[in-house]
Design a protein around this ligand. Structure first.
Ligand code: HEM
Ligand SMILES: *[C@@H]1O[C@H](CO)[C@@H](O)[C@H](O)[C@H]1NC(C)=O
Ligand SMILES: *[C@@H]1O[C@H](CO)[C@@H](O)[C@H](O)[C@H]1NC(C)=O
Ligand SMILES: *[C@@H]1O[C@H](CO)[C@@H](O)[C@H](O)[C@H]1NC(C)=O
Ligand SMILES: *[C@@H]1O[C@H](CO)[C@@H](O)[C@H](O)[C@H]1NC(C)=O
Ligand SMILES: *[C@@H]1O[C@H](CO)[C@@H](O)[C@H](O)[C@H]1NC(C)=O
Ligand SMILES: *[C@@H]1O[C@H](CO)[C@@H](O)[C@H](O)[C@H]1NC(C)=O
Ligand SMILES: *[C@@H]1O[C@H](CO)[C@@H](O)[C@H](O)[C@H]1NC(C)=O
Ligand SMILES: CC(=O)N[C@H]1CO[C@H](CO)[C@@H](O)[C@@H]1O
Length: 328
């Protein structure tokens, strides 16, 4: 090895160690009860406001869970998903994967309820993390303590959403790489994909599997043929409006049935079916599909806490937005 190479390897390692410590420090500075002294009723306000929406429209809950995921995978959990586009900037919200995000009105209502009690104290990124937890719990899912103290970012760029969010046709190699790039393991991929036990999809996210999988007018062989018949009845090849339950009949109940579906080759997206193509994720699916040995709730709670720490902004970086859809 030449001296130059040695030196560059050394600096590369220094850089890695630095980035590593930096991220750890940030994530560790999140803590449960961060607002104990400054906004003690925060969790109650968030929960009450969220519940007032979800009790009227339970299908808002999955949208709110997904919003937190989309926030965390793009620029870290910094509320950047909430920012509106402006004349000079196309924001994450307006990227293709975000076209189907819903529930921004819930976040806005929670934020204004919080601002009424503790103005300019609680970040939109923290609100999103709390709302996602409450949404899951309200649909009979697990609960968990949410470490808080995130600050809001001031940047939101449409192209970053496309680059950082795995598409519904991602294969297992791509999914693992995407999650690993965010510090999440293959097992955590299998766990967090269980979020698809609630909510809806548009036909366009999977209709290639029903009509023209490889461009030969064929279907996806990894999808149950009987299920294909049913799905075709709900989705014509050009349908852009129908809402299809990802976990039919149980779209507003957070349970383990996602894994039963995937095992039965009825996962809606290629990315769901792909979990069967790797030993670690496959074993996880099969284990959770057996309710007597499932620890999905506990796993999901822990993985949500971990996902909620991706690339967070803390300390005095960033800001506390007063309106979640615009930087201050
Ligand atoms: C593993 C990679 C993932 C892929 C490829 C993926 C893809 C998708 C797609 C395509 C949709 C439907 C969008 C539409 O057509 O309307 C969707 C919906 C949803 N996703 Fe994922 N997702 C992934 C991971 C996650 C994670 C980690 C979570 C949360 C923990 C999550 C939660 C949801 C929820 C709750 C919905 C339903 C949203 C609604 O009802 O509006 N997804 N996902
Ligand atoms: C905030 O209060 C809760 C409940 O009393 C407690 O569990 C937690 O440790 C406190 N956190 C901080 C950072 O003070
Ligand atoms: C939240 O709701 C509960 C039960 O309805 C109520 O007792 C409590 O006062 C509410 N808290 C806030 C902060 O609105
Ligand atoms: C996954 O997709 C990538 C990109 O299309 C491809 O290069 C790779 O071979 C695929 N891997 C598997 C296991 O299908
Ligand atoms: C299927 O896809 C191929 C290649 O993209 C295209 O040429 C063909 O017209 C499609 N067939 C149908 C029925 O959409
Ligand atoms: C995957 O699991 C099967 C059965 O559990 C085992 O036979 C096989 O060796 C495993 N493959 C790898 C690559 O670990
Ligand atoms: C589920 O797990 C239990 C306990 O380990 C086992 O006895 C049972 O055979 C499993 N069922 C299936 C369908 O795998
Ligand atoms: C952001 O866009 C939404 C939807 O168009 C709108 O209701 C909201 O008022 C906008 N926020 C700001 C700060 O302009
Ligand atoms: C909810 C939301 O903001 N959806 C937007 C996603 O992006 C498209 C453009 O690509 C907008 O038309 C939607 O309003």
């Amino acid at each position: 090895m030449t001296i130059q190479k040695l030196i560059s390897v050394f600096f590369l390692q220094l850089l890695c160690v630095h980035v590593f410590l930096f991220d750890r420090t940030n994530a560790q500075s999140l803590r449960v009860g961060f607002y104990n002294g400054t906004c003690p009723s925060i969790e109650e306000i968030v929960k009450n406001t969220t519940a007032s929406f979800i009790s009227q429209a339970p299908l808002l809950a999955p949208a709110l869970l997904r919003m937190h995921f989309h926030d965390c995978f793009v620029r870290g959990c910094d509320g950047s998903v909430l920012i509106n586009s402006t004349t000079g900037n196309q924001a994450e919200k307006d990227a293709i994967p975000n076209q189907s995000l819903r529930g921004f009105e819930v976040i806005d209502a929670v934020k204004s309820a919080v601002e009424n009690i503790c103005p300019s104290i609680v970040s939109c990124a923290d609100i999103l993390a709390l709302v996602a937890r409450d949404a899951v719990t309200l649909l009979n899912g697990p609960s968990w303590q949410v470490p808080l103290g995130r600050r809001d970012g001031r940047v939101s760029i449409s192209s970053e959403a496309l680059a950082n969010l795995p598409p519904p046709f991602a294969n297992i190699t791509q999914l693992k790489a995407s999650f690993r790039s965010k510090g999440l393991s293959d097992k955590e991929l299998a766990i967090l994909s269980g979020g698809h036990t609630i909510g809806i999809s548009h036909c366009s996210s999977f209709s290639n599997r029903l009509y023209n999988f490889t461009g030969q007018g064929d279907t996806d062989p990894s999808l149950d043929p009987n299920y294909i018949v049913q799905l075709r009845q709900m989705c014509s090849p050009t349908d852009t409006t129908s809402n299809i339950e990802m976990d039919p009949g149980s779209a507003t109940t957070f349970d383990t049935s996602y894994y039963t579906l995937v095992r039965a080759r009825r996962g809606l997206f290629e990315a769901d079916a792909a979990l069967l193509n790797d030993n670690a994720t496959r074993n996880y699916v099969l284990r959770q599909a057996n309710s007597s040995v499932s620890n999905f709730f506990k796993d999901f709670a822990a993985s949500m806490v971990k996902m909620g720490k991706i690339g967070v902004t803390t300390g005095n970086r960033g800001e506390i937005r007063t309106i979640c859809s615009a930087i201050n």
